[in-house]
Design a protein around this ligand. Structure first.
Ligand SMILES: [Fe+2]
Ligand SMILES: [Fe+2]
Length: 292
C-alpha cells in the first residue's frame, strides 16, 4: 500500500469521507491526504463526532488520514489542542489515524519530498459574520430575560486565521525554501486557469499570489489543491524554465455545483515514489506564465 490518495474538500461530510477511504483501500493507498476544508470544527460537538467517525473508519480500513487547513477549518484550535502531540514526521496527531499538516510543514514519503501550505480567503465572510452577529444578539436577548448561559458566538463560522499573511509566508519560506516534488495547498496558484473559477474575485488574489510565491520558491513538479470545488489540470511556469502540473480536485458531492461531477473527480491516486514527474516540454498553449 505505497500509494497516497489525495482528496479535495470534505466539508465535514462523513459519508463522503467514508467513500474516499474505501477508494483508498481499492487503490492500494495506506494514506489519504485531504487538501483543506476538511471539516475541522472541534469547537462543536458535531465536529468532534465527525473526527471520531473518520478516525474509526480509517483505523478499520488500515488507512491514515492527513489534512491541511482550508478557509473553513478552525486551524487555531488544531494548534491549541494538538501542538504538543506531533508524530515522528511532525504531523499533529488529532486522533490515532487522523493527522494535521500545519502551514509550511515538510515531510518525505518514499523518497518523495512534500510540503503543505493551507489557508484561503472566504468569499462568504460577510454572510458568516452576519450569522455570528445574529447568534450574539439572541444570546444577549436571553441574558436580559435572565438566562445565565454564555455560549461562544464569535469564531464559530468564520475564522480570522483563514488566510496566510505575507509575513507568515515570508517566515516559512525563510526557514526553508528548498525544492519539493509535490506541493499540497488549499488555494490555487494565481496563474492556473480552471475551466470554471468561482474564486476569480479581487479579494481572492492576494492569497493566490502567495501560493504562486510558494510555487516559485519550491518549484514542485506537482501541485494538488482544493477550494474551487472543480476538477481540472493545468501547467504553470515555476521559474527558471521549469513547470508545475496543477491538479485541482473537486469536493464532496453535497457542496459540488457543477453538472458533470462524479465522485472520482474529488480524488487522485498518486503512486509513490513520485520523484520522476518533472515536465520537460510543455505545449505553448498549455503554458501559464508567472504574474508580474
Ligand atoms: Fe471548500
Ligand atoms: Fe475553501
Amino acid at each position: 500500500m505505497g500509494n497516497v490518495l489525495i482528496a479535495g474538500d470534505l466539508h465535514g461530510n462523513a459519508t463522503h469521507a467514508q467513500t474516499v477511504i474505501r477508494a483508498a483501500v481499492r487503490n492500494d493507498c495506506a494514506k489519504v491526504f485531504v487538501v483543506g476544508d476538511f471539516g475541522a470544527w472541534e469547537h462543536m460537538p458535531s465536529g468532534r463526532h465527525y473526527f471520531d467517525v473518520v478516525n474509526r473508519t480509517a483505523k478499520k480500513a488500515g488507512v491514515t488520514v492527513y489534512f491541511l487547513d482550508g478557509n473553513h477549518d478552525k486551524s487555531s484550535l488544531l494548534h491549541e489542542l494538538y501542538d504538543d502531540h506531533p508524530d515522528d514526521e511532525g504531523f499533529l496527531v488529532c486522533r490515532s489515524h487522523l493527522r494535521y499538516a500545519p502551514r509550511g510543514h515538510r515531510w518525505t514519503w518514499e523518497d518523495t519530498a512534500f510540503a503543505a501550505f493551507g489557508g484561503a480567503r472566504s468569499t462568504d465572510k460577510g454572510w458568516r459574520l452576519a450569522r455570528e452577529a445574529r447568534k450574539a444578539e439572541k444570546v444577549e436577548k436571553r441574558r436580559r430575560y435572565g438566562s445565565s448561559k454564555q455560549p461562544v458566538t464569535s469564531g464559530i463560522l468564520w475564522f480570522p486565521e483563514e488566510e496566510m499573511t505575507d509575513e507568515e509566508l515570508g517566515e516559512l519560506l525563510a526557514a526553508d525554501s528548498s525544492p519539493v516534488d509535490v506541493l499540497l495547498t488549499h488555494d490555487k496558484p494565481r496563474s492556473s486557469q480552471p475551466k470554471w473559477n468561482r474564486k476569480d474575485k479581487p479579494e481572492c488574489y492576494p492569497n493566490q499570489d502567495r501560493i504562486q510565491r510558494v510555487v516559485r520558491a519550491l518549484r514542485p513538479s506537482l501541485l494538488f489543491h482544493g477550494h474551487l470545488h472543480v476538477r481540472y489540470t493545468d501547467v504553470v511556469a515555476c521559474g527558471d524554465g521549469q513547470w508545475t502540473r496543477v491538479e485541482g480536485l473537486a469536493c464532496d458531492p453535497e457542496a459540488s455545483q457543477y453538472l458533470e461531477y462524479s465522485n472520482d473527480h474529488s480524488w487522485h491516486v498518486l503512486p509513490l515514489p513520485a520523484t520522476d514527474q518533472k515536465l520537460e516540454e510543455v505545449p505553448a498553449d498549455e503554458q501559464r506564465s508567472l504574474p508580474a
